[in-house]
Design a protein around this ligand. Structure first.
Ligand SMILES: *Cc1c(COP(=O)(O)O)cnc(C)c1O
Length: 399
């Protein structure tokens, strides 16, 4: 064996990481070991819906940590029954499967859709129609579902069974449905794709098409769900009910947790032995998930998210108006917002970071703002002031 060159990091080089590490967090603030404070307007990419170190969530995790961490799904896990029941009561769903991540929740959703038709005597119905710009995860099946070349390249044969059409194109969607189609899969608001909200009438069009063809409507609400848009789930705005839905991110508030929700009919074929997970829904995750739900389901919570989301969007529009040389506009719903920028989003993200504000890029030249849903008006104003200073210095540097 030839000695390899020593590498500078023991980690896979899969991330272009900022040279920045944090030691602690509180609410929307993150602090480095040397005490520098950053305003976190990306919330761990829509994960930290209640900010950092939320006392209710910390308490739930600590209390569970003293009692029981893990037992295996061979046994009943009361926290699962409770969180499952609460999620069903609050949504279209009648059954839930718990996972550790969004990608796994999507895998469960894809398997559920395929198995539904298999059990109905139509195993040829296994194909799923997806949309350009989609992001559904990084597993082999979910990169195929997302259909993005940059994520597929070099990983061998693409998992078959996905047909992609342009977002919003009704004719292409109709044409893509054939005798092998099992489902249509969509994010009500594309996240990684660049905060692209799907028009409500297009969501209803999909629902009608699914009913007409006897296929399933599958949603990916991993990023846009759990209160992010000011409704518990983003599809509620369109007044439709899906058959299957993957969630993750905010449901764990930072603890790894995802879930696949389904109607009884859609999930009837997922019988003993058809699916499983070692960790999915373990007692630690369930304690946190239930605590997150306590907060999200408080009746005053979602109206507040709607109010503050609108306010933040207005403030961001003001910021954008002041810098047409850098920002083209603002898009998104609730606390899922994006600045469409001129040039590379990474540059703007870096300028914001230099001014103590954390944001994250997305496709379609968008800088995403996905703050904790509990952000205060004063914190929004602080963020706007810092971003304003960052844009002013970026413009000055470019001039
Ligand atoms: C983050 C995300 C995923 C993948 O979730 P992981 O937990 O990273 O596996 C899938 N779909 C959407 C819409 C996401 O935002």
């Amino acid at each position: 064996m030839t000695a390899a060159e020593p590498v500078s990091s023991p980690l896979y080089a899969t991330y272009a990481r900022a040279d920045l590490a944090f030691e602690r967090g509180e609410g929307v603030w993150l602090e480095t070991a040397s005490g520098e404070r950053y305003l976190d307007l990306m919330g761990g990419i829509a994960v930290n819906a209640f900010g950092h170190a939320n006392p209710h969530l910390v308490k739930a995790l600590k209390e569970q940590a003293e009692k029981l961490w893990h037992v295996s799904n061979i046994f009943k896990i009361p926290g699962q029954e409770e969180l499952g029941r609460r999620l069903c009561e609050a949504s279209f769903a009648e059954r839930v499967f718990f996972t550790n991540s969004g990608g796994e929740a999507m895998e469960c959703a894809i398997k559920t859709a395929r198995r539904y038709h298999f059990a109905k005597g139509a195993p040829e119905r296994h194909r799923i129609v997806t949309f350009e710009g989609a992001f559904h995860g990084r597993t082999l099946a979910t990169i195929a579902a997302g259909g993005q070349k940059k994520y597929l390249e070099g990983f061998g044969p693409v998992v078959p069974g996905f047909d992609q059409v342009p977002l919003g194109d009704r004719d292409a969607l109709k044409a893509a449905i054939g005798p092998e189609t099992a489902a249509i899969l969509i994010e009500p608001i594309q996240g990684e794709g660049g905060i692209r909200p799907v028009p409500y009438d297009f969501m209803r069009f999909i629902r009608d098409l699914c009913d007409e063809h006897g296929i399933l409507m599958v949603l990916d609400e991993i990023q846009c769900g759990m209160g992010r848009t000011g409704r518990l789930f983003a599809h509620e705005w369109a007044g439709i009910r899906p058959d299957v839905m993957a969630i993750a991110k905010a449901i764990g508030g930072g603890f790894p947790l995802g879930a696949c929700l389904a109607t009884a009919e859609a999930s009837d074929a997922m019988i003993v032995g058809t699916h499983g997970s070692t960790y999915g829904g373990n007692p630690l995750a369930m304690a946190v998930g239930n605590a997150v739900l306590d907060l999200v389901l408080d009746e005053e919570f979602l109206p507040e998210v709607r109010r503050k989301g609108l306010l933040f969007k207005q403030k961001l529009a003001g910021l954008a108006d002041g810098h047409p040389e850098l920002i083209e506009g603002v898009r998104g719903e609730g606390m899922m917002l994006g600045l469409k920028v001129k040039g590379a989003p990474a540059d703007i993200v870096a300028h914001f970071r230099d001014h103590g504000v954390l944001t994250v890029g997305a496709g379609d030249n968008v800088v995403r703002l996905l703050p904790a849903l509990v952000i205060s008006e004063a914190e929004m104003d602080e963020g706007i002031a810092r971003m304003e200073a960052a844009l002013a210095s970026a413009s000055a540097a470019a001039a």
